[in-house]
Design a protein around this ligand. Sequence first.
Ligand code: NIG
Ligand code: FE
Length: 414
Amino acid sequence: MSNIVIRHANIVTPVGNSARRGKEMDMLTVIPDGAIVISDGRITYCGADRNLKAELVSECHESIDACGRVVLPGFVDSHTHLVFGGYRPDEFEWRLKGDSYMSIMERGGGIQSTVNATRVESYSELKKKAEWFIDRMVSMGVTTVEAKSGYGLDVATEVKMLDVIDSLSKDADRKLRVVATFLGAHAVPQEYKGRTAEYVDFMIREMIPAVKGKAVFCDIFTEKNVFEIDDSRRFLQAAREAGFKLKLHADEIVTLGGAELASEMGAVSADHLLHVSDQGVAKMAESGTVATLLPLTAFALREPFAPARKFIDSGAAVALATDLNPGSCFSGSIPLTIALACIYMKMSVEETITALTLNGAAALDLASETGSIEVGKSGDVVILEFENYRMLPYYVGMNCVNTVISRGRIVAHN
Ligand code: NIG
Ligand code: FE
């Protein structure tokens, strides 16, 4: 293994081993002329450059002079659907002309159309496509990504998707950490149409045992006319009993009580939340379930943005992620996520950085492993093009990442 030192860095990072909540999200630690040493993939020094011991430097095989540029923790994209068959540009055009996401889904398009394509696409085709997205994500500074199944909705295809996700994380040239989520409860498949409870039974009886050990998280699309509260609760209870950590797609299209259910179930995160109720916000602030907000989806669906300020001002923990998927949000753009969070969701740049780093890690239950630049954590850092971190949202939608270091290895240099 190798040691790497980054010198003369303007280190900007949240600190801690858990999500930052409420006002804490605005507090970043800044080390103006800092240095970071990463040994065998772990941060072993983070502090003033002038205090860096010569022997530590001499043990490093690689030295990078950041020349005063900002160094942030690697970004964590804690919500993506990056493995999928086919594409859905036709639906995108229908939506531009006024069709709604749910009416397309009710006609048998939407998620079901990607399910049809994913069932017939081979393991290697799915993998090749996912790798294309991973390369783009890495170049935007992502060092940890979550990837969901959920376009199989039968045992064989869900397993195929999770095997692709597993291989993405294990490859020899692995560039980033990949966390797998089982999303068999993404939709009721055609063959179970009108028989939601039976599909839930089938997932509990056959799917959960088949995917056990292949995913860390279990997620569900809790939505009107998809899986409503009682079916969601039943499914999540079974998943929790089987040892999965929980996530929910909650209150995305209508207010249904998904945030409340997530809090009740002790879910690690509830995601989307465009239509969360005030009670849902309060419950999440109380339970500590991370509110993962996905502004690119709201933008692409022409929906109102999730109430980030309400969450933060109530003391909740907010994470930001892309939701990259072939339907509601065909974008994995970190720069645009940052811009939308600051411009439309009224998050400060400090809150936005926390949401995309430490709180993203917390949304994956990895806050003690990554998400901040601190001794003992994984060597996941991003060197930006400029010296002042406040420039980040000012470059609207532009990628300002210069170098990406993932577990102590340089994985991208733009
Ligand atoms: O997070 N709403 C449910 N799932 C995805 C969309 C998936 C799709 O349209 O293919 C979402 O928005
Ligand atoms: Fe999603």
